[in-house]
Design a protein. Structure first.
Length: 503
């Protein structure tokens, strides 16, 4: 039985076969699965200590989930080397020499940890003339304490399949070759697009942007795009030369030019998506700009939109009819704060009720990394005609390191109010964290708030120009290029496979 019913589209594109009722072709994997089922017995999953994880046989490898890095650590076995290359015990999955295969396995392992059931996956690995190497991967959950799924038992088998038979097995005709995807960065040579390219290990594809005397502009690729998948990186936030409207228009025109030039799939990689805050009507006749922007992307032929920490995830996903990928910076924030918290008590604070879910996700990840409870708090605010007022603070922050987290900082008025309130309630240290540091006009006032010890943002928005004496070393910018690179790897590999097996 091949099951895709509860599998996300991004995972579905990674594999040509994905079974949640596994029936392996390979005898070694069938035996491994049978042993896993025997050991499970009446338990939800088999219980094994890390020390006893290594006797599953030569076809197996065991990975332990590390909540601090959100990565998987190889603790036993060598079977994974078939896919990952040299991978001694102690290697983290995302440190493996074959990063593309590592991304594929990580997504599979995450599915197993969520479903707590074994999964069998299959995908084409290599091509030798008229023969395709098909990789079959079994991933099954293990637990060291009988409660949490904190280890993954994996097995790998490779078999040769005649190319035509391989294609027909999956309902396709004979394969064609797929060119490597192209990566364009409209955000300049020093922007996030260049760092994503470096993380991927690919060059940026050349393009031209011209602005005419009347303010109109054009953008076009300077390389052959016919038959290629293309990824276009641009963060849609105002700078000294362009408004969000200018950047959005330029990006849409460029995507349309790629489609007109024969690009097979065009994906927009938009670290910061403009107009995402206006996702519903709050007053009569209000625009719902999130939906309108989605319609613009669809109108020019965008197949996929990849964005990070949008204001309202549900509104983002529901607004688009094309595929979307929502990325989170939670892991980079957790790693940053983990390095400096030590044994201090911590409280995660949401600046308003609407951000409570976002703050809870960060708090839970931080708790898992620290291995101890983290308190939570929130402040309620009312906003009208651009003015913010708040008179309710719930939660305990006294004597704690208070981390105020949100999706973005605009003028910083709200964050400054919450930081001051945390200080007045006895917080030992106050850090402000947000994925997108817009720092719009008026943000200088936030830096004058003495209660703020640290402001942590990511590089989804270009560098900011503040008076050094005002910032006083309190600004920390975290990199996100690897997150976007991994998303592109996971998306481009299955797309290339689809092209390779297409009629």
């Amino acid at each position: 039985m091949t099951t895709f019913a509860e599998i996300t589209p991004s995972l579905r594109r990674l594999f040509t076969r994905l079974d949640q009722a596994p029936a392996p072709h390979a005898a070694d994997l069938a035996a491994l699965l049978a042993r896993w089922r025997t050991e499970r017995g009446d338990h939800a999953v088999p219980v094994r200590s890390v020390e006893d994880a290594g006797d599953w046989g030569p076809a197996a490898a065991v990975f332990r989930f590390d909540p601090g890095t959100r990565d998987h650590l190889l603790v036993a076995g060598t079977a994974a080397e078939t896919l990952l290359g040299a991978c001694p015990v102690g290697t983290r999955l995302m440190e493996a020499s074959d990063r593309r295969m590592a991304v594929r396995l990580r997504r599979l392992f995450e599915t197993v940890r969520e479903t707590r059931e074994p999964v069998l996956a299959e995908f084409p690995r290599k091509e030798h003339g008229d023969v395709v190497e098909m990789a079959e991967v079994l991933a099954a959950p293990l637990s060291s304490d009988g409660v949490a799924v904190d280890m993954i038992l994996s097995g790998v088998a490779v078999r040769a399949v005649p190319q035509r038979a391989s294609a027909l097995h999956h309902g396709h005709a004979a394969p064609i070759h797929a060119p490597f995807p192209l990566l364009f960065a409209l955000d300049g040579e020093d922007g996030l697009g260049s760092r994503i390219a470096a993380s991927l290990g690919v060059p940026l594809s050349p393009h031209e942007v011209r602005t005419f005397e009347d303010g109109e502009h054009k953008a076009r690729p300077l390389c052959e795009v016919r038959g290629h998948d293309a990824y276009v990186v641009d963060t849609l936030v105002a700078d000294d030369e362009q408004s969000p409207n200018d950047k959005l228009c330029r990006l849409l025109f460029f995507i349309a030019a790629l489609r007109d030039s024969g690009a097979t799939r065009v994906s927009a990689v938009v670290p910061y998506l403009c107009y995402a805050r206006k996702d519903r009507k709050t007053k009569p006749h209000d625009p719902v700009t999130t939906r309108y922007v989605a319609q613009l992307f669809e109108a020019v032929g965008t197949q996929r939109v990849i964005a990070m920490d949008v204001h309202n995830i549900a509104a983002f996903q529901n607004a688009f009819r094309c595929d979307t990928e929502h990325l989170s910076a939670i892991d980079v924030f957790v790693r940053h704060f983990l390095a400096g918290i030590g044994d201090a008590p911590v409280a995660v604070v949401s600046p308003d009720l609407g951000g409570g879910k976002r703050a809870d996700l960060f708090r839970e990840a931080l708790e898992a990394a620290l291995g101890r409870p983290v308190d939570k708090a929130f402040m309620e605010k009312a906003r009208s005609m651009g003015r913010v007022s708040g008179d309710l603070f719930a939660g305990e922050v006294a004597g704690r390191h208070a981390i105020v987290i949100d999706d973005l900082i605009s003028t910083g008025t709200t964050m400054a109010r919450v930081a001051a309130e945390c200080r007045s309630r006895g917080a030992r240290r106050v850090s402000i964290a947000a994925t997108h540091g817009l720092f719009a006009d008026g943000a200088e006032a936030m830096w004058r708030e003495p209660g703020i010890d640290e402001v942590v943002v990511t590089d989804t928005v270009p560098p900011f120009d503040f008076e050094p004496g005002l910032v006083r070393g309190r600004l920390v910018v975290l990199g996100t290029a690897d997150i976007f690179a991994d998303a592109i790897r996971a998306d481009s590999l299955p797309a290339a496979t689809e092209m390779h097996l297409r009629h």
